[in-house]
Ligand binder design. Sequence first.
Ligand SMILES: C[S@@+](CC[C@H](N)C(=O)[O-])C[C@H]1O[C@@H](n2cnc3c(N)ncnc32)[C@H](O)[C@@H]1O
Length: 419
Amino acid sequence: MHPNALLDLATELLRQVLKFDAPADTVVSGFFLQHRQLGPRERHTLAETAYHVLRQRLLLQHFAQSGAGALERRLAILGWQGDERFLQGALGPKEQQWLAQVRLVDVATLPEKLRHNLPDWLVAPLKQFLPEAEFWPLVDSLARPAPLDLRVNLLRLKREAAVEELARAGIAAQPTPYSPWGLRVDGKPALNKLDIFTRGDIEVQDEGSQLLALLMGVKRGEMVADFCAGAGGKTLALGAAMRNTGRLYAFDVSGHRLDKLKPRLARSGLSNVYPVQIAHERDERIKRLAGKIDRVLVDAPCSGLGTLRRNPDLKWRQSPQAVAELRDKQQAILASAARLVKPGGRLIYATCSLLEDENERIAEAFAESHRDFAPLPAAAVLEQAKVADAQQLVTGPYLRLWPHRHATDGFFAAVWERR
Ligand SMILES: C[S@@+](CC[C@H](N)C(=O)[O-])C[C@H]1O[C@@H](n2cnc3c(N)ncnc32)[C@H](O)[C@@H]1O
């Protein structure tokens, strides 16, 4: 493709992404469906350019104030993540000159806002929660793409055997530092045509998400509920940890998301999972199971701000109002799900948010109004699950994972045992 044609496509993609009326990953995949002629390298350039602009939006918009032509074209040039010679081939002499000028600016001299690229409403709570020295390391980690983590289906294959099989396919992978199930892969290789993937021996899953499943400590033959199962990232990990025995309910209000679980379930070979679409958290089918379940996971709908490395658009699409609405939902779902837990059973509330409002505040309010649930310290629970360096993964009694500390997405979890 001619350089200018690819830059035009990047401009058009940015125009669509920056409307913020749909998640960026949905817009990008829809765009690729409309432009089937694009090869893998061109797709990579377009997607990474769009994501880079989303990550560095305030800085790049500041630079884009100078220069001429459509704003989105200027942003595409500034955020270009493809071959540099290719980019230069698409630019006119004036654009080349402008870009050279912009690149001379020392970003370190610019105001803080242009360096952290975060909205004010998010900066304030992060600065309040984190030790001062950690704010900029967090910003740096959020400015980079997330690594690719896999979970090995230990029902089928040992981790070492998976490493060897991936190596034979030219893919280098190392064991993840904390999760005994995980591998971290170099680069972003396509996995979905590999035999090891199609036979269900590996799944893509962030190490942090694996740690949430480990926290459940499921055992053979138990009754378990994944209350907000979605496309089943944690469901699949739990089903395998139960050694394909017992009964694992995968509840969700979204049939569309549960549909995405089905092909993954088929690959995994699990037969202990029961996906159930519910109308809402007080659905009759839930009530019937009250007091009968050994372990319940509430992976609550949340702002997703812990996944900014993958979904940088969320910092521009979320708002304090949206977080306030989510809090009400989180409280209602947690209170309803808690009714399922039998005496002596375990309850986990988890999010992929960085905000205390969606995390500690929800857990504290629940504990206050549910004296029959005794808090369990997450570090001890992780140690029981043979997770290495469990103490490094917690803040107080809670699991608290951070991209800059643990190279995982941001996750929170609180654990209780019903008395
Ligand atoms: C964080 S996502 C779950 C991700 C999933 N556990 C995974 O590991 O892939 C939250 C899920 O909660 C679901 N949800 C929203 N409201 C709900 C409700 N009232 N009851 C149950 N699930 C709900 C959403 O449809 C969404 O799939």
